[in-house]
Design a protein. Sequence first.
Length: 360
Amino acid sequence: MTELSLRALNRTLLVRQMLAERARITPFELIRHVVAVQGQEPNWPYVGLWSRLADFAPAELEQLLRERKVVRSTMIRRTVHLADAQDFRWLRPTVGPIVRSALRAAYYRDEIDGLDLDELERAGRALLAGKTMSRGDLGKLLAERFPGRLPRRLAETVEVLVPMAHGPETGEWGRWRNRYVTMGPAEEWIGAPLHPEPDPRRLILRYLAAYGPATVADMQAWAGVTRLAEVIDGMRAELRVFTDDRHAVLFDLPDAPLADPDLPAPVRFLPAFDNALLGHKDRRRMISDADRARTAKEASAGVPMYLVDGFVHGRWALDGTGVRISPWHPLDAADEAAVRAEADALLEFVAPGGRVVIDS
């Protein structure tokens, strides 16, 4: 088996994630290519698309949400993503077990202990039939039927039990926090039923196209599902096999491109929770273990990072006056100029009139 260097894997990921060169495709095509775009908070998907697409405007994604071509909902890794509505129909059933496993966490368990979850699900479906409703309003109505329970947790439990689509206003441009979430049954939102069975084979093929070559552990970490090794065993004849620098076995599509390790890599600014950073269990192809450890305690909140020569070089943030960049490694004059130029472009997108500050 051919061994692929870390740099080869890095460049290949950059190419497949449209980070080596901004792509001239539509936002819908990009979302479909990466399967699901991380979207815990409203503005971050817009930054991720801006970093990958030529001439992207926020109104393009807002329109996709309004037209119901894209669904914002809980999917892979039990977190909120944006996906092609037709992909959501097979994707949500495929990752359904990891979504439902949330109910075993103390956050839910202590509030729903003793509840008849089937009855709660029926009540939620009845209240939401034919409409979207805010999470707060749904919780209040459910609390009338299930007194003594925390209204918000009741609504969130229904959202785990029933695949939901968030209303377009929930994911509109201009907000960095989820302060107002509306939702309705996803099947009504899409106008078609979800697939009756999981489809792990399709999940693997689509994942490899955008994130491969990858190990089974990478696939499972990205999706949040288990037992994919059994599926891969039945697909080996269809896949290419490589190893990495640690001799882990990597799988890939037979016709997927492998990038030149010496391919030039531009500076890129990534949003919090970016797909390229969260797409593998072994993330060394984009961030070193030492740099990953710098933000381990902040993982739940997400940390926006930037790339120099294809690898994470530091973090960035909006600080009220513009974009603040905090390097973790020295910047030579050429790299600093490139970082500042890309930051200026980002600033124009997220906070026109602000300024760029690079910490010393």
